[in-house]
Write a protein that binds this ligand. Structure first.
Ligand code: G
Ligand code: G
Ligand code: MN
Ligand code: NA
Length: 250
């Protein structure tokens, strides 16, 4: 079992690493940015998936420290990328319960020199489930810093439409479960199409997640999604492996 002590040790020993997965604009057929995904390589146990350790970090309060490191590291790395390329960072609902989030984001931008509009924060519907004034106020404060806010894993939470009304997101990311089942299930295809139209009507780009095949790409394009992400375009990779990809984008 994972313990708080293991996570503390991992942070002290530098066992965490950020990987980056490309996001593609379908019209231009070009990489527009990368999503940051946290990886932990344990010296004895090998890679440990975020689904195992992020809940531990959330429950022990360590996610605020780890979250600050992620934000700062991602912004520092992205500051060296071409200026039209953004970086997306996932934020856990737990990070919204701490008052220091806005300050952490602001500090990460300041120390890295990254232009705020190049930082995109991904939040899930569960952040808004905490639906209180404080959460919305923090989202508005983040927006005032100039960063962009994306609704992640859209369609997997509850009463999604009311969330779109409560806050003007900059982007909707359609959960990969819908994409995976599009070819077998007409209802999933209909949902993706509806979300893409909804996004278009609200002026929000829609990203289809988890694209693994050419067939899925064709389907999400036909559905009207504007952007895509998935193994078909590229797996999450450490920054050092992106050198050539980034050079080609300049
Ligand atoms: O690569 P994947 O197995 O990386 O990620 C699994 C889950 O962990 C996803 O829901 C993803 O959003 C979450 N996750 C990955 N990296 C981070 C991170 O840096 N911060 C937070 N809060 N969640 C992350
Ligand atoms: O919850 P969130 O959307 O932040 O996390 C994205 C998760 O999806 C990460 O675990 C990432 O590694 C994973 N992922 C990204 N692209 C693909 C894909 O094409 N197929 C699958 N199965 N997983 C993917
Ligand atoms: Mn995400
Ligand atoms: Na997602």
């Amino acid at each position: 079992r994972l313990l708080e002590a293991d996570l503390r040790k991992a942070m002290a020993n530098g066992e965490f690493e950020l990987h980056y997965q490309p996001q593609i604009n379908l019209k231009a057929n070009e990489i527009t940015g990368f999503e940051t995904l946290l990886r932990w390589h344990h010296p004895e146990r090998g890679p440990i998936p975020p689904s195992e350790f992020i809940p531990v970090a959330e429950d022990t309060g360590l996610l605020s420290t780890l979250g600050e490191w992620i934000l700062e590291q991602a912004c520092r790395e992205a500051a060296g990328w071409p200026r039209n390329i953004h970086v997306a960072v996932n934020l856990s609902p737990v990070q919204f319960r701490s008052r220091g989030l806005v300050q952490s984001v602001s500090r990460a931008l300041a120390v890295s020199g990254l232009a705020p509009e190049r930082l995109e924060l991904e939040i899930t519907e569960s952040v808004l489930l905490q639906d209180n004034e404080a959460t919305l106020s923090m989202l508005h404060q983040l927006r005032r810093l100039g960063v962009r806010i994306a609704m992640d894993d859209f369609g997997t939470g509850y009463s999604s439409l009311s969330y779109l009304r409560s806050f003007p997101f900059d982007k909707i990311k359609i959960d990969q479960s819908f994409v995976r089942e599009m070819s077998q299930r007409a209802d999933c295809a209909a949902i993706v199409q509806s979300v893409a139209s909804l996004g278009a009507n609200l002026g929000m780009p829609t990203v289809a997640e988890g694209i693994e095949t050419e067939d899925q790409l064709r389907r999400i394009e036909a559905a009207g999604c504007t952007d895509a992400q998935g193994y078909y375009f590229g797996r999450p990779r450490p920054a050092r492996d992106l050198v050539h990809t980034l050079a080609a984008l300049r």
